[in-house]
Design a protein around this ligand. Structure first.
Ligand code: ADP
Length: 609
């Protein structure tokens, strides 16, 4: 018994030395040591030759029983975190009193030896039995046991109610059972009812073992948890490694911004994207200085919106890692909110989109060039009628100038006549000037310049420019323009180009032998105050229904000298304005082309229609 107790004591002591916070192990070790001493004393009682030797051994047993029970009580309270404190102290005091009294009362509190030692037979061995009777003071023993039972029961009920029934049964139930057995056994031996050695240490060994069993199952559980933790840590590391690999492969930088402290964590890729040194702690102010000054406001607004509307954060902006470098980054992220609704973190990713931006800029430049080229080509086609447009006022100016010269060579010059002639010359010159100005504007090459524009006036200008051509071809124009149209945000020249193209195509279609008439109708209307729709309706040959979509493709043409770029360019222009352009056949004959443009300030279509 002593060996088993000491082994347990050593084990618990070792655990406690390693984990000082687990004082329950210390108490368990102390009670196991106490039980070992008790077992040793019991052996001494069995081997004693005189009653004095037995009395001394019994005194030591009683002292160490205090150590065993006292530490067990404290263990229960510390380990199970249950039981009333006053009951605990009462149970300890109940055990302390007989222990102290035992030293005061002579020869022993419990026992008076009546005569010499006698021998008894136990399990085939001859050992010394106890020859005497119990003192009245020995009732202190059962009394202290009652206090202990009360405390242990209190602990057991609490633990049971907490839902830990097994624990309550093993620890508290085991302790109660063996405590009762030990008390009953010692009473019966002292009273001489049982002729066997004094053996309470066995019961205490059982109690310590029951507790060790429970404590070790806790240790097994924590070892299991440890294993699980290790495994999931391993998995976490692995997934982090994969993520790092993937993010490096695509140049994706990850970041986390603590909105309260302003501290920013960045993955190595993100650090190199933002041009910040690796490993140094980052603050949001430091990150801000890297953003291009012109884009800081956009980024601030995007963050504000993400926090306010709890939406995804997305923003494209420029970064200036150094004075000579500049790159475009696309940022995507989201905000984490605390339970109280306060924004806590913002986490997201950034990717370098410089190459994409450059390609987009290059594509836009080429589109611009193509648009300009197609405009110049179209004007080339109109050159004949434009020459006529210019010829007319020039001829009129010449005629009028000659007439004026004639008048002036007469003797009595009528100055009023001359003045009227000069007025005519001025107005003819103005007309020619307007034609040239319009042409110059169209031939101009420049970036998209969107201005709030009244579309009806653009239609007027185009019709003026095409007057000669329309006359030549015998096309009559009917307009039905809505006077109350809202403004649209457009590039004036490009809108002229679209209308020029649509009207030229309509004229071409109406010069086709299959055409029914030569009346061109231009209408404007506003739809739900959201968009302005311009329709160019002709009485031409119409479009093969299967080709209604194809006509917008580049290089699609049915004309001998056609390039098949006009409508493709028109669609690009309209799409760039957030509008849409589509074709349909009229009910009778001919086709209609319509342009829908978003009303100034409203979001429009994505095009592609
Ligand atoms: P192009 O005028 O050089 O052929 P476009 O892109 O302007 O190039 O037009 C492509 C084709 O669409 C034309 O060749 C014609 O077949 C058809 N198309 C365009 N407008 C009309 C229209 N109003 N009526 C009938 N067909 C049309």
């Amino acid at each position: 018994v002593a060996a088993a107790c000491l082994t347990l004591a050593a084990t618990h002591l070792l655990v406690w030395i390693r984990r000082r916070r687990d004082v329950s192990h210390l108490f368990l070790a102390l009670s196991a040591v106490g039980a070992a001493v008790v077992a040793g004393c019991e052996l001494a009682i069995m081997k004693a030759q005189t009653p004095d030797q037995q009395a001394m051994a019994i005194d030591i047993v009683l002292t160490f029983l205090f150590v065993v029970t006292g530490t067990l009580i404290v263990f229960l309270r510390v380990y199970l975190n249950a039981g009333r404190a006053w009951l605990m102290w009462a149970a300890i005091a109940g055990r302390l009193v007989p222990t102290v009294l035992n030293f005061v009362i002579e020869p022993s509190l419990h026992y008076t030896f009546d005569g010499p030692i006698y021998q008894i037979n136990f399990l085939g061995e001859t050992i010394s039995g106890l020859n005497g009777r119990q003192n009245i003071w020995s009732l202190f023993g059962p009394l202290s046991v009652l206090l202990m039972i009360a405390f242990v029961t209190d602990v057991m009920v609490t633990v049971w109610r907490r839902g830990e029934a097994r624990r309550a049964l093993v620890i508290c139930g085991g302790m109660l059972l063996f405590m009762i057995i030990a008390t009953a056994h010692s009473m019966l031996v002292f009273r001489g009812v049982l002729e066997m050695p004094f053996l309470v240490s066995v019961s205490y060994l059982a109690i310590v073992m029951a507790m060790t069993y429970e404590v070790s199952s806790d240790m097994i559980r924590s070892a299991q948890l440890c294993e699980d933790l290790n495994r999931s840590q391993g998995e976490l590391l692995e997934s982090e490694r994969r993520m790092d690999l993937a993010s490096r492969a695509v140049g994706l930088g990850m970041w986390l911004w603590d909105l309260r402290s302003g501290e920013v964590w960045m993955s190595p890729v993100a650090r190199s994207l933002f041009g910040v040194p690796q490993e140094t702690p980052m603050h949001i102010d430091g990150v801000n200085t890297k953003i291009h000054p012109d884009d800081r406001q956009i980024v601030r607004e995007a963050i504000k919106t993400a926090v306010r509307d709890r939406e995804e954060y997305h923003c494209d902006f420029r970064i200036q890692p150094s004075d000579t470098e500049m790159r475009w980054l696309a940022g995507r992220g989201r905000v984490d909110f605390a339970a109280d609704g306060e924004p806590r973190h913002m986490l997201g990713v950034s990717i370098d989109i410089t190459a994409r931006r450059q390609a987009e800029a290059e594509a836009a430049r080429r589109r611009e060039e193509l648009t300009h080229l197609s405009r110049v080509t179209m004007l080339g086609e109109l050159a004949g009628s434009l020459a006529h447009e210019l010829n007319q006022p020039l001829a009129a100016i010449l005629n009028n100038a000659e007439a004026a010269r004639r008048f002036l060579s007469q003797e009595d010059t009528n100055l009023d006549e001359v003045r009227a002639i000069l007025d005519d010359i001025v107005s003819d010159d103005k007309r020619a000037g307007e034609v040239i100005r319009g042409l110059r504007l169209l031939l101009r090459k420049g970036e998209l310049d969107k201005q709030p524009t009244q579309i009806n006036s653009v239609i007027g200008e185009v019709l003026k420019l095409m007057r000669g051509d329309l006359l030549n071809r015998g096309v009559t124009v009917v307009t039905s323009l809505d006077d109350g149209l809202p403004m649209v945000l457009v590039d004036h020249v490009q809108m002229q180009q679209v209308l020029l193209n649509l009207i030229t195509n309509a004229c071409d279609a109406m010069c086709d032998p299959r055409a029914r008439g030569r009346q061109l109708t231009i209408t404007t209307r506003c739809v739900e105050n959201e968009e302005v729709v311009v329709s160019v309706v002709d009485q031409g040959c119409g479009i093969d229904p299967e080709m209604l979509v194809q006509v917008f493709e580049s290089f699609y043409t049915t004309k001998d000298k056609g390039m098949g770029l006009g409508l493709a360019v028109c669609r690009t222009i309209v799409t760039a304005h957030g509008g849409k352009l589509w074709a349909q056949n009229n009910e009778g004959r001919g086709a209609s082309f319509s342009v829908a443009l978003p009303v100034n300030g409203k979001t429009g279509h994505n095009g592609n229609q």
